[in-house]
Design a protein around this ligand. Structure first.
Ligand code: 13P
Length: 263
């Protein structure tokens, strides 16, 4: 089973800093076996082509933090899926809560972006997550399932199989966020798995992930990976998370081989 470990740098890093990180990652990976861990890096648009160039030929997938649903045209300030693909992106992050909150991203635009991304053969990384009040009301699962359905309903199986879903509770994200207790995530992941388990490429968790809580999160049922912000913005932090995930995944594989269970 693939374990996805990725980071979005959000609106951080100069070109020089981005290239430095990518070069260091390339070097770090050359001496490592990550097993079933699939790394991905989502730099800001200014560094996308350079980072993709540095990481070309490695196992790292490079992504864009956003892309417009139209292929080209009079959309000042936007970049399209063909453009980010041309710059080396193989994955497009869609519907992060910061874009929904600050840039008017709606379930409707998210849907259009999912379609555009799939149309061009890239992987949509669909972000979903509920605000604090929904969490407090105990209706997180219903809320995020509805978000996911609006983004994905009606997709044929072969296309749905390319989609990654990142569940990122808004209350757990960023400097003001509260790290989730793994038990708070069991029901939402069970709900997602009930509808999308085995049908999408993976279900990821994001929100205040760090080296201390990562193994507890990866141990949760139905969690196929982690989507990390702050804890992976320094290269050492990211590499430590990759090592941790590779160690856990290797252990799982050895256990299942001994037990004769297919992963
Ligand atoms: P943090 O890990 O910094 O909370 O950010 C998570 C996130 O938003 C990833 O998309």
């Amino acid at each position: 089973m693939t374990v996805w470990i990725g980071t979005s740098w959000k609106m951080n890093k100069t070109l020089a800093e981005a290239v430095d990180y990518a070069g260091g990652l390339r070097q770090a990976l050359s001496g490592r076996s990550l097993g079933s861990v699939q790394p991905f890096i989502i730099p800001p648009a200014t560094a996308l082509a350079s980072v993709a160039g540095v990481l070309d030929g490695t196992s790292v997938l490079v992504g864009a933090q956003n892309a417009h649903w139209e292929d080209a045209g009079a959309w000042t300030g936007e970049v399209s899926v063909p453009q980010v693909s041309d710059a080396g992106a193989r994955l497009v992050e869609i519907g992060h809560s910061e874009r929904r909150e600050h840039f008017g991203e709606t379930d409707e635009t998210v849907r259009k972006k999912v379609d555009a991304t799939l149309r061009h053969g890239l992987i949509p990384l669909l972000c979903i997550g509920e605000p604090d009040e929904v969490h407090n009301a105990g209706t997180s699962s219903e809320y995020i399932l509805e978000q996911a359905r609006r983004a994905l309903d009606g997709l044929e199986d072969a296309l749905l199989a390319k989609v990654l879903i990142a569940y990122e509770p808004i209350w757990a994200i960023g400097a003001g966020g509260r790290p989730a207790h793994p038990d708070e995530l069991r029901a939402p992941f069970a709900a997602l798995a009930g509808t999308f388990g085995g049908r999408v490429a993976g279900l990821l968790y994001g929100g205040s992930v760090d080296l201390a809580n990562a193994s507890g999160l990866l141990d949760l049922p139905h969690v196929d990976g982690l989507f990390v912000g702050r804890a992976a913005w320094a290269l050492e932090g990211y590499v430590q998370l990759l090592d941790l995930a590779a160690g856990l995944a290797g252990g799982d594989e050895r256990r299942s081989e001994m037990e004769g269970v297919d992963q």
